[in-house]
Design a protein around this ligand. Structure first.
Ligand code: GCB
Length: 904
């Protein structure tokens, strides 16, 4: 059995160790007495200037784009962070721009700057970057999610015109050799993270070692009694003379008080780099770091030349230790500790991935406020601001490299993978929040077709190479990989490579039922008792406009998948079920919901096209009800009536509907229009509900639990199953089992079968297109869900309404999916897998009370596939005949998406 732990195998008795690299000369440790305890405040840091403004940008590859003399007056002015895909990843055109784009900016050169070493530090560019200064290529980077730095000292020193022109070519083209090969999140291109100008003295900590800080801090020994801090790094002498330098590391506590310090002397040859290692005298009874108490020390490491400090790197230090055990799960600082949290992508729909530091920090605060103690940064390393916020707020991190879905069997692909690992491990080594580094997600999900011989074995070897590299780069973290629910990870040996194995499980979403989740884990655990297990993903999509009056394990329509219910209430049902099952399995080292925020997923065609809506929060960061459920489950002080995103409700034949409250209070009392519906205990996950009999119009809800209260207002519309003389309006979402609330607040009811005296469909079925499947997108409307469900094959919709004048609106779209057949059994043509409904494939007559409304309606001929088509008719009914909307098949079967009947 493997028990993985964070403590590297370093003998704590070892004193200062110094090594030399390359042509460097090395040196002797100074005796402690000789250590110069100058106050750290007096030390001059390297200078970093944010280059956020003053940039111009052009898509494509303009001629001479790197030449300083180029006239860029017609380029767009932009500020960094910037992406060029914020809008086109959301439009109705499939795909988004993937290709090159350029950014340029001038850097003013002063005499002071010429005296420095000058670097550009890019926090990230998606995904290949080439950097030029005054026309010279000064460096570049492959990989869209890690930082890189380049040196422009020579160009700055040569600059004549008082400035240096920096030009950056960024390219987000697909490249088979660059991971991620694929993924459902949008691969927005651009210079989407901060860019910094960094200046140093000739003598400085290394800036060019995979853009790492040049100083690495860890704790070879950490316990409640004592902590030993180790500082390793690289000092560079860029001058033409040998340098004698003192490197000193000092640990200060959160109030700036010095706890321990050690220094060493280096002699470094001109142009050489010296490696150093300092083992600082132990800190007795250290204050520890944990999510509950994220106490941070700082490690200040300074280089002095003569007695002058010339460079300084500060590193956060959180003293903690951790391990993971297959039998008992995770433990932190010597105690069992369940990591429970979420996943986070780095974008906001409409703004792409060009987020500010403030955006990143706000996101982590929202996650912290939810009661999470861990975040999986899926599926790639994220911005420095994210990591800093996690250290400070107390959020454990799992960070991973983008190795997702599929691999290319080339050495180049492997090399890029290894480089991503090196970048991540070196750049983020000093963040105490990071406990786990991951190197793969669902690599067997999208297999090449045909699959090359030896594909799985090749992938296993490639991943094993990455795993070995990661363990060598960073023996202080736990390693992880993740699979989707497929046996091949077990049979190929892939699941045995990392220290932690993560399963992404979607029972009750992409198939099956939610209650199959726990038993699946139990089966895996029994079969592989030596594995540390983590549920790296679980989640269900939801759309705040869609509501399910009776949530639960669906009365699923034959052959349909649960993912066709994208109501908020199904997501609540799903998560409630999962949380209960997680609680029964304390041996799960971690569980991370997929995902915190709705995120851009260009290829998706769900009810919110181009967005993965599994978020606990909407992309604009408003909480969905499941956010409050998480809070209640995690014991955060919360009392929330799940009504603010469901405040327009309707019922047919019943006023009784569930009102759910999430709270960590032991019991909650609910009041409806001032009247108590009783006090009830919350259950183990903080859930409690009442049946409320809603009155027409405004309903006031008030809940009280302990000292907490919440209020909500719900507008309710009652519909008699049999229209009464007072009938006013019925809006029906044909083929739907959920209600859709439109932008005007009208509730479009679930579909139903006609019964005499009532209303509904006469024959036909839901199953022909119920749900939100691939191929079901509808262009040219934001009301996708209304068009995406449809009934097919009906002969009529009848509404037994009183005599009067009515406006009837019918909504249609041709969204037949692959494999679908018409009533005569003709399969829809799908050349190359793309459904192409030809003109004439589906033709039907539509009539209202026998008056032809749309004879020989052929949606493809009228508006094309995947486009909304609405018909409106004004009708007077008399003699008690009601409204009869008749459909007569001519070719295949008729379809309808929605019907609105309004009395005038
Ligand atoms: C997964 C993937 C994640 C997807 C998610 C989904 O398993 O790892 O990238 O976004 O499923 O929503 O389908």
């Amino acid at each position: 059995m493997n028990i993985w732990s964070s403590r590297p195998e370093v003998p704590v008795t070892r004193r200062t160790v110094l090594r030399s690299a390359g042509a460097a000369l090395s040196l002797l440790p100074l005796p402690a007495a000789a250590q110069n305890r100058r106050p750290p405040q007096a030390v001059r840091q390297r200078e970093r200037t944010l280059l956020d403004d003053g940039w111009v940008h052009q898509l494509g590859d303009p001629a001479q784009a790197q030449q300083p003399s180029l006239d860029t007056r017609n380029w767009r002015r932009v500020s960094i962070p910037h992406t060029w895909n914020a809008a086109d990843a959301l439009d109705d055109e499939p795909g988004f721009y993937r290709g090159p784009g350029w950014y340029r900016r001038r850097i003013q050169v002063t005499g002071a700057l010429r005296a420095k070493r000058v670097f550009l530090y890019f926090e990230g560019a998606f995904q290949v970057a080439d950097v030029y200064a005054d026309g010279d290529r000064v460096g570049g980077h492959v990989g869209g999610y890690t930082a890189f730095s380049v040196e422009i000292t020579d160009q700055v020193r040569r600059a004549r015109a008082g400035s240096t022109v920096v030009a950056v070519r960024v390219d987000n083209s697909h490249d088979d050799d660059i991971p991620p090969y694929s993924g459902d999140w949008t691969f927005y291109g651009g210079l989407y993270r901060n860019v910094w100008l960094v200046t140093t003295d000739d003598l400085h900590f290394d800036v060019l070692d995979h853009a790492s800080p040049g100083v690495r801090v860890d704790t070879p020994h950490a316990s409640a009694e004592r902590a030993v801090v180790r500082v390793r790094g690289r000092a560079v002498n860029d001058s033409a003379r040998p340098a004698t330098a003192v490197v000193r590391s000092t640990v200060v506590d959160a109030r700036g008080r010095e706890l321990t310090s050690r220094q060493t002397q280096l002699r470094i040859a001109p142009g050489a780099t010296a490696e150093f290692e300092l083992l600082l005298p132990a800190i007795e009874h250290p204050r520890l770091w944990s999510p509950e108490s994220p106490y941070l020390h700082q490690v200040r490491t300074v280089i002095e030349s003569g007695r002058t400090p010339v460079d300084r790197v500060d590193a956060p230090l959180g003293i903690r230790w951790f391990s993971a055990d297959p039998a008992t799960g995770f433990s932190l600082n010597g105690r069992p500790y369940q990591l429970r949290g979420t996943n986070r992508h780095q974008d906001i729909v409409g703004r792409g991935n060009a987020l500010s530091d403030a955006d990143h920090i706000r996101d982590l605060r929202l996650i912290k406020a939810m009661g999470a103690n861990v975040v999986r940064l899926a599926h790639y390393p994220q911005a420095p601001a994210v990591l800093e916020a996690a250290d400070e707020l107390g959020l454990a991190l799992w960070e991973e490299v983008p190795m997702v879905n599929r691999a290319t069997m080339t050495r180049a692909f492997t090399e890029h993978h290894l480089n991503n690992i090196r970048d991540m491990a070196r750049q983020h080594y000093n963040h105490p929040s990071i406990l786990v580094f991951g190197t793969m997600n669902e690599i067997l999900l999208r297999r090449p077709d045909p699959q090359p011989t030896g594909y799985e074995a090749w992938i296993r070897d490639m991943l094993a190479e990455g795993e070995a590299l990661l363990r060598a780069e960073d023996p202080t973290r736990l390693t992880a990989m993740v699979g989707h629910q497929a046996a091949a990870y077990n049979t190929s040996g892939i699941a045995d490579l990392p220290m932690i194995w993560g399963w992404n499980l979607y029972q009750g979403w992409y198939g099956g039922t939610a209650d199959q989740f726990g038993p699946y884990l139990d089966g895996e655990r029994a079969a592989h008792p030596g594995r540390v297990l983590w549920v790296s993903e679980f989640g269900a999509d939801s759309d705040a406009r869609l509501h399910r009056v009776v949530p639960g394990n669906l009365p699923v329509l034959a052959g349909q998948n649960p993912y066709q219910d994208q109501s908020l209430e199904y997501q609540q049902f799903y998560l409630e079920s999962y949380l209960r099952q997680i609680d029964q399995r304390p041996w799960l080292a971690g569980t991370t919901y997929w995902s915190q925020f709705d995120f851009g997923s260009e290829s998706r065609t769900g009810s919110v096209p181009h967005v993965n809506t599994k978020g606990l929060m909407l992309s604009d960061r408003r909480p969905k009800p499941v956010y409050y459920l998480m809070q209640a489950w995690r014991g955060v002080d919360v009392l929330h009536i799940a009504a603010d995103l469901w405040n327009r409700r309707a019922g047919v034949g019943s006023r009784e509907q569930t009102v759910t409250v999430y709270s960590n209070a032991a019991s909650v009392e609910l009041f409806h229009n001032g009247k108590s519906l009783g006090e009830k205990p919350t259950d183990s996950i903080g859930h409690v509900s009442w049946m409320v009999s809603f009155t027409d119009g405004r309903n006031r809800l008030h809940a009280r639990g302990g000292r907490l209260t919440d209020d909500a207002t719900v507008h309710f519309t009652y519909h008699a199953p049999q229209p009464t003389p007072a009938f006013h309006r019925l809006s029906v979402s044909a083929g739907a089992i959920v209600q859709y609330v439109d932008p005007d607040g009208t509730v479009w009811l679930e579909d139903r079968e006609y019964t005499p005296g009532g209303w509904g469909a006469v024959t036909g079925d839901f199953t022909g297109g119920y749900g939100w499947m691939k191929n079901n997108w509808v262009d040219g409307t934001d009301e996708d869900p209304l068009y995406q469900t449809y009934r097919k094959g009906m002969t009529a919709y009848r509404f037994d309404v009183p005599d009067g004048r009515y406006r009837v609106t019918l909504r249609f779209a041709e969204i037949t999916s692959a494999g679908d057949t018409g009533g005569d059994g003709t399969a829809v043509p799908a050349p190359g897998g793309t459904v192409q409904v030809p003109v004439g494939w589906r033709v039907f007559d539509v009539a209202v009370n026998d008056r032809p409304l749309a004879p020989r309606l052929d949606l493809v001929a009228r508006v094309g596939q995947h486009r909304p088509f609405d018909l409106t008719a004004d009708v007077r009914t008399s003699g008690g005949r009601g409204l009869d909307i008749g459909f007569t098949a001519i070719t295949n079967v008729p379809v309808i998406s929605a019907i609105d009947v309004l009395r005038r």
